[in-house]
Design a binder for this molecule. Structure first.
Ligand code: ZN
Length: 172
């Protein structure tokens, strides 16, 4: 969590007026932790982590709005330039794939298995697919575009683990 603070994903806002309670809100993609002036983040890591995890879990439902997410990612990383013709969840996706883009039609399909991953992971998948609207193959040029989302490599690790977990729970 301290690393997330260092990376700017969590901002701590101290207030002299706030006496005891802390609260968390979300501003775009940053969690804002409002605390009393003398509150020690270091001494409360466990309860803060639980609080943020609860909030992140609640965030999953909003990720079902793929159209809004694609729009947000396009604005943030591509100046609004890359927009799919359609983007939706599918349940018949090939098991080894998380998502696919038909470059000729601009249709993006996202595996429903990703409905349970954290939002930042889904963001990287959407950014990857948006990049395919411009470049088909996984060339250096493509990765330069897709890697505009700063957590692409982290997400790849997450998804490798997520996939292994799925296989494990299926017993195969
Ligand atoms: Zn790809």
């Amino acid at each position: 969590m301290l690393r997330a603070i260092a990376r700017g994903e969590i901002r701590v806002r101290r207030s002299a007026r706030r006496k005891k309670t802390i609260s968390v809100s979300k501003e775009v993609d940053t969690f804002v932790l409002s605390t009393p002036a003398r509150y020690s983040v270091e001494n409360n890591i466990r309860s803060l982590t639980q609080l943020l995890n609860r909030l992140a879990a609640r965030d999953h439902s909003s990720a079902s709005d793929l159209v809004g997410l694609a729009d947000e990612m396009s604005q943030r990383y591509f100046g609004g330039r890359l927009r799919p013709q359609s983007i939706r969840w599918v349940t018949n996706q090939n098991v080894s794939r998380w998502a696919s883009t038909t470059t000729s039609t601009g249709d993006i399909r996202i595996s429903h298995r990703l409905q349970s991953v954290p939002r930042w992971v889904l963001e990287t998948v959407v950014v990857h697919e948006l990049a395919h609207l411009q470049i088909g193959p996984h060339s250096a040029e493509f990765h330069a575009l897709a890697d505009r989302h700063p957590r692409q490599s982290e997400a790849k690790l997450y998804l490798d683990g997520f996939s292994a977990g799925e296989h494990f729970s299926r017993g195969s």
